[in-house]
Design a protein around this ligand. Structure first.
Ligand code: ADP
Ligand code: MG
Length: 870
């Protein structure tokens, strides 16, 4: 079969399309009817095409090996590989083919003014006729309505830009825009609506996107959805009125390049069709045989490919430079506001751009060269008018670095201050109790656990307070790891507290710990809302005398009556479920206790670093051996019968099943209603032979316990539940989970839910019922079918739904970046973090770099708001 893929010739279009789709679909390795993406590429690269010269073959085949690894790669690596492949193919193609006519966009050396030698024959079509702007949105490269000034025949379309050169001399960063010639009072008032008042503001008003018209292509290689520039010859030019709308005149050019032909159309409002003068003018402007450059978004219509509302310019010859501000360039797209057109912003920026040279760069040259960052003036110039995508990437990298760098500096400085101001107990990181515990464990720690244990023990063996977050999937063994810290505290003569968000979870921890602690001859108690008054008093007094070394519990731990004698360590499970205040209250019960927080809902490292940059983060990214993967499938409503059959089969074999109604956005009520209705249906009509339990958030705590215990004791075979089940239910005999309306929920949350099965020795199943017909919803859920890796899943969630959705209620505190993407800029973030660490390490006060210190003072506050500094 592979021969159908890797023929003797290179199918460029197919390869490129495949890469484009994969990138577009979020690097999921899904596409394709016969093959998934990586298989297709692997097969393609395995067999070097006959036309490939020997010198080029080895790299070609190397890609086969790389794509064999693709399914195992992390997101960033996948992106990188694809970028590499694309650029390789690009170069290869260039190598193999006769060179394309060269495009020479103007203003190659930004921020030089966009000037041109005057060349009277050429003219942009837009200058003579007003095109209809069909939509206000700009991202599909719609023609931009020009100002009414109709350019006289023979003048350049770039006139506006040219004439504004006069205003450049003496332009300073602090000039109000109204004073800048070429911008004027009217436009500056418009810009003020966007909060842009000064030249400097405008320079830092970054584009939100780009249209890559620098991407020059042959007609045969057009791929829908890409923005491109073609160079072609006019074969035919005609005007006619639209068959659908008589008021609309269509101007159509048929053009060809050596590879093929397409039709380009523009639409004009009004009955111009009946105006022969207008038609003639247009035809004279686009004579048959003339060479054009056209840029636009590639679209497919019933006649084949076309460019959507293309920008067109006549060239004297294929090698002539392009004069337009748009065609053949990487065109910035700005966030607009009502009344401010894209052109207003583009032109205004083109006018002030030379002032970027006056920007002083807070980063010293040594630091820039160490981290391979371009200077601030060029970065600003090229973020707006990049000569090509490579320059754009460099500019973006520099500015994204800045966004991360100052944030990390702020976090690290804050952490440093906390450390200096607070002294914690120094715990013994080795000792008898720890050794005993290691020996009584019936298993060997995983490498990841061992590594994290060492990180923690090292932290608490120092007088600066530990503040560490341990992330690890459900079942990765976080509890065991926290016990090492707890024991280190106890053997050093301190008390410890372990707090969990629900009674179920606290109880589970307690049960596990009591077993171990008995063997170690250490007392441990559980304190929750349901602890009886007598027991409660007993616990209080034992804590105060120091008799009780470890207390496990819920929010009950933060009550005022709970007083420790020497609280040295606090461990908090599922930390994101607690508020800042609750956390602080618990910490206040000791003298700067060491803090260990845990979460089974890992957030991608980029989010962790930007939200908790003053925390240390450890990851347990390995599961104990012998865990069976959970067979996960995405199913539709039609397959509900089969799902029920699977449940029945499992139950008949003695297993149990969950049916979950995850939380529906805001309304817990609706949830409960759905769960109750389903419970009735399942118990009465679908599974009358089994007993079906119910669990939801509106039940009393006693009823919840009863329901859960009945399930744990196998009195009920099925439990219908809302997401209250999410945290901490451990019934190893349950092997099936059916999740209704799965598409409504975040991947991480679904992954968390799924973790309720697959806890025993039997093979488990998770069925994700997708009620939406939207293919994207289905595809998103496929991530879960493909992966059991919480970190990968969280990262995909971040890519597919954005940080706000991933964090949900944890969103507060996320800084507002202008450019940086938490989904895509992890490598720059790591770099910025390292740079910040290296800088602060010998010089906490940043005295050696006053420019950075000053920039930090203004930026960090802006990013995180005042309260974060306290
Ligand atoms: P988490 O809190 O990360 O979900 P737990 O700490 O509750 O995970 O551990 C899950 C289960 O795995 C527990 O029964 C625990 O005893 C067991 N376990 C932990 N570490 C290991 C290991 N290295 N090898 C085998 N089993 C382990
Ligand atoms: Mg746990």
């Amino acid at each position: 079969m592979s021969n159908s893929l890797a023929g003797t010739e290179i199918d460029w279009a197919r390869l490129q399309r495949s890469l484009a789709i994969e990138a577009e679909k979020g690097f999921l390795d899904l596409q394709g009817r016969q093959y998934c993406f990586s298989e297709f590429l692997q097969l393609t690269f395995q067999q070097a095409p006959a036309s490939l010269p020997l010198r080029l073959r080895s790299q070609w085949q190397k890609f086969a090996i790389e794509y064999a690894q693709y399914p195992k790669l992390g997101l960033a690596q996948r992106q990188h590989l694809i970028a590499q492949t694309r650029s390789y193919l690009l170069h290869l193609k260039k190598d193999l083919e006769t060179p394309l006519p060269t495009l020479k966009p103007l203003a190659e050396s930004n921020p030089e003014p966009i000037t041109s030698k005057t060349k009277p024959i050429t003219r942009s079509p837009q200058s003579s006729a007003r095109s209809v702007t069909r939509s206000q949105t700009e991202n599909s490269a719609k023609p931009i309505t020009r100002s009414q000034t109709s350019t006289k025949p023979g003048t350049r379309s770039t006139q506006t830009v040219q004439s504004s050169t006069q205003g450049w001399s003496g332009l300073s960063l602090n000039h109000a825009l109204g004073q800048v010639s070429g911008i004027g009072r009217h436009r500056s008032a418009q810009l003020a609506k966007l909060g842009i008042y000064y030249v400097r503001d405008l320079l830092f008003y970054y584009p939100r996107d780009y249209l890559d018209y620098a991407n020059q292509t042959r007609i045969v290689e057009l791929v829908p959805g890409e923005t491109v520039t073609i160079i072609a010859t006019i074969r035919r030019c005609q005007c006619f009125s639209s068959p659908k709308n008589r008021k609309l005149t269509i101007f159509e050019l048929q053009v060809r390049d050596p590879s093929g032909g397409i039709k380009l159309s523009r639409f004009y409002a009004g009955g111009r069709f009946s105006n022969p003068g207008w038609q003639q003018k247009l035809k004279a402007q686009y004579p048959v045989g003339a060479t054009i450059a056209a840029s636009g978004l590639v679209k497919k219509n019933k006649y084949g490919f076309t460019l959507d509302s293309p920008e067109i310019e006549i060239l004297g010859s294929p090698d002539d430079p392009i004069e337009s501000l748009k065609i053949g360039r990487v065109l910035p797209v700005y966030a607009l506001t009502e009344g401010v057109s894209a052109d207003v912003i583009r032109k205004a920026i083109a006018i002030v751009l030379p002032a970027a040279e006056q920007l002083s760069d807070p980063l010293p040259a040594t630091l820039r060269s160490q981290y391979e960052l371009i200077g601030l003036p060029s970065a600003i110039a090229n973020i707006h008018y990049p000569p090509d995508t490579e320059q754009l990437a460099l500019a973006r990298r520099r500015l994204v670095f800045d966004e991360f760098f100052y944030l990390q500096l702020g976090f690290l400085q804050r952490r440093q201050q906390q450390r200096q101001n607070q002294t914690s107990a120094v715990m013994m990181s080795q000792g008898e109790v720890i050794e005993q515990f290691r020996e009584l464990l019936p298993f060997k720690l995983t490498n990841a656990q061992e590594r994290v244990v060492q990180e923690i023990l090292q932290d608490i063996h120092s007088p600066s307070p530990m503040n560490r977050l341990v992330q690890g999937d459900v079942g990765s063994g976080k509890t065991v790891v926290s016990v090492f810290a707890i024991l280190a505290a106890i053997q050093s003569g301190y008390q410890a507290a372990l707090m969990a968000p629900t009674e179920v979870l606290a109880e589970q921890h307690y049960r596990k710990l009591v077993g171990w602690f008995n063997l170690l001859h250490l007392p441990v108690e559980l304190l929750t809302g349901s602890t009886k008054a007598k027991k409660r008093r007993e616990i209080h007094s034992q804590l105060e005398t120091g008799e009780l070394p470890l207390l496990v519990g819920t929010h009950a731990l933060i009550q005022d009556a709970v007083q420790f004698q020497r609280l040295g360590l606090v461990a908090i499970d599922e930390q994101h479920r607690f508020g800042v205040q609750q956390r602080a209250k618990l910490l206040a019960k000791g003298q700067a206790p060491h803090v260990l927080t845990m979460t089974a809902t890992p957030i991608p490292r980029t989010l962790a670093l930007t939200m908790h940059g003053d925390l240390d983060v450890s990851q347990i990214d390995e599961l104990p051996p012998g865990r069976q993967p959970i067979q996960t499938s995405v199913i539709s409503g039609k397959e509900r019968m089969q799902a029920h059959e699977l449940m029945r089969r499992e139950i008949v074999q003695g297993r149990q099943a969950y049916v979950i109604f995850p939380m529906i956005e805001t309304s817990e009520k609706l949830d409960v209603k759905a769960a109750i209705a389903e419970h009735q249906k399942l118990s009465e009509s679908v599974f009358p032979e089994f007993s079906v339990g119910l669990l939801h958030g509106r039940m009393s705590s006693a009823d919840k316990d009863k329901s859960l215990n009945a399930f744990r004791d196998r009195e009920t075979q099925i439990i219908v539940s809302t997401t209250v089940i999410e945290v901490g239910v451990d019934v190893p005999n349950a092997t099936v989970m059916l999740i209704e309306n799965a598409e409504r929920f975040g991947l991480s949350q679904l992954h968390q839910l799924r973790g309720r099965v697959g806890r025993g020795s039997h093979k488990s199943h998770c069925l994700l019922m997708c009620s939406s017909k939207n293919p994207d919803a289905n595809q998103r859920l496929q991530v879960l079918a493909q992966s059991q890796d919480g970190f990968f899943i969280a990262e995909m969630d971040l890519r597919l739904r954005g940080p706000g959705q991933v964090l949900g209620t944890r969103q507060s505190g996320l800084p507002d970046f202008a450019l940086a993407s938490l989904a895509e800029d992890q490598d720059v973030l790591e770099l910025a973090r390292k740079a910040a660490e290296d800088l602060l390490d010998p010089d906490h006060e940043l005295t050696s770099v006053p420019t950075i210190k000053k920039e930090l003072a203004s930026r960090y506050q802006r990013l995180l708001g005042e309260e974060c500094l306290t």
